[in-house]
Design a protein around this ligand. Structure first.
Ligand SMILES: Cc1cc2nc3c(=O)[nH]c(=O)nc-3n(C[C@H](O)[C@H](O)[C@H](O)COP(=O)(O)OP(=O)(O)OC[C@H]3O[C@@H](n4cnc5c(N)ncnc54)[C@H](O)[C@@H]3O)c2cc1C
Length: 349
């Protein structure tokens, strides 16, 4: 006799955690497989969420939908788990040119931007610490999620509910029986792969145009006393009495090992940003699950309706995961439409 579930979710990173929570909220029975020996991008991430990204300092894709949603989602999860992992923190972006300063002054009247602007500085802020001769914009609606705390406390919750299997799921061993999947002693309506960067080697997800991106972060000590995040080429994030700085982007090297090149690149940017000395005390590396068009990937495989995927969170897992997990849960349960740009269907046209 097989134990019966609505869904088997493979992977308990940000994608698997947010999706499992969304499915639980819809009253579904979910069994989660997570391989404790596999590397996890979510455990390396420092959890930044930032509505204004890139060198051009423009609103990130779908910011107006994602940002209000993520606050409610993580707060409700915190309440359910009785823990704290969502930390709202202002984020300062120094202007890189006079043009940027002018553009941002105009954006105070643009409703899309105004919801994220705390204050525009036309003069340097904390001039003794930060190199920002043209001032900058202090953003609200930003901060970080302590991803380690989120994954640990949600993993404990799943364990207590008896729905976490801490072992490697073998995609080759799925059997299909009368619109169900059977895997070892478990039967479910669907298997949903939330296996992060491992998805690039998963035979069921071979149609996806993967482009995994390696990234690294430094932990630094400095006497700078900041109560906001600074983002100029790299981010500098205060976390208690420590700081994290990152990240970089590499496509060639696909190992999880820290490198001297990344250390030099990130610390070089930090030297340009900070006017006070700093010491590097730790360094971590990981692979981001990214696809060629840098959009999430979600939905049911067109040729195999018992298999679905939630991945492609790339550099922005913290802000993308809540909204798109809810969208996928609605799609699976109510047939709701998936955002065209995020739909797995784009790889089968
Ligand atoms: C250096 C760095 C810094 C980053 N900083 C940020 C940031 O500040 N903000 C942000 O939003 N994003 C950041 N990211 C990106 C973020 O980490 C990813 O978008 C996100 O974590 C992806 O989550 P995921 O659940 O898809 O993948 P993962 O977190 O990798 O989770 C996949 C899970 O699947 C499990 N798994 C895989 N295969 C199997 C199998 N066969 N059986 C069972 N389990 C399996 C793994 O054990 C793992 O737990 C950063 C990434 C890196 C590398």
């Amino acid at each position: 006799m097989n134990a019966e579930y609505d869904y088997i979710v493979v992977g308990q990173g940000l994608a698997g955690t947010c999706l499992t929570h969304a499915l639980h909220m819809a009253g579904k029975q979910v069994l989660v497989f997570d391989d404790p020996a596999a590397p996890s991008s979510s455990r390396v991430a420092k959890g930044l969420f930032n509505p204004v990204t890139g060198r051009n300092m423009v609103l990130t894709w779908r910011a107006q939908q994602l940002f209000p949603y993520l606050m409610d989602f993580y707060r409700s999860l915190e309440k359910m788990l009785g823990t704290t992992f969502l930390h709202e923190m202002p984020l300062y972006r120094p202007f890189l040119s006079q043009q940027q300063q002018n553009d941002w002054t105009g954006r105070l009247n643009d409703q899309r931007y105004a919801m994220f602007i705390d204050r525009i500085y036309l003069e340097p802020l904390r001039d003794e610490l930060i190199n920002n001769p043209l001032g900058g914009v202090m953003l609200k609606g930003a901060g970080y999620v302590d991803t380690k705390e989120l994954l640990k406390s949600y993993g404990t919750y799943l364990q207590e509910q008896g729905c976490l299997v801490s072992e490697r799921f073998l995609p080759d061993q799925i059997n299909f029986e009368q619109e169900k999947v059977v895997y070892k002693g478990y039967r479910a309506g669907k298997v949903i792969f939330c296996d992060g960067p491992a998805g690039a080697a998963n035979k069921w997800l071979a149609a996806i145009k993967w482009r995994p991106v390696k990234g690294e972060v430094l932990e630094v000590e400095t006497e700078a006393d900041l109560d906001f995040i600074v983002n100029k080429k790299v981010f500098l994030m205060p976390r208690g009495n420590r700081f994290f700085a990152g990240s970089n982007y590499t496509w060639q090297d696909q190992t999880w090992q820290p490198t001297r090149e990344a250390r030099e690149e990130i610390s070089g940017h930090l030297q340009q940003l900070l006017k006070v000395p700093f010491t590097i005390v730790d360094q971590q590396a990981g692979i981001r699950p990214t696809v060629h068009d840098r959009r999430p990937v979600l939905g049911i495989l067109p040729h195999q309706p018992q298999i679905a995927v939630f991945s492609g969170l790339g550099t922005k897992g913290v802000s993308l995961a809540p909204y798109f997990a809810a969208q996928l849960a609605d799609h699976l349960e109510k047939g709701a439409k998936i955002d065209r740009e995020a739909d797995i269907g784009r790889f089968f046209n």
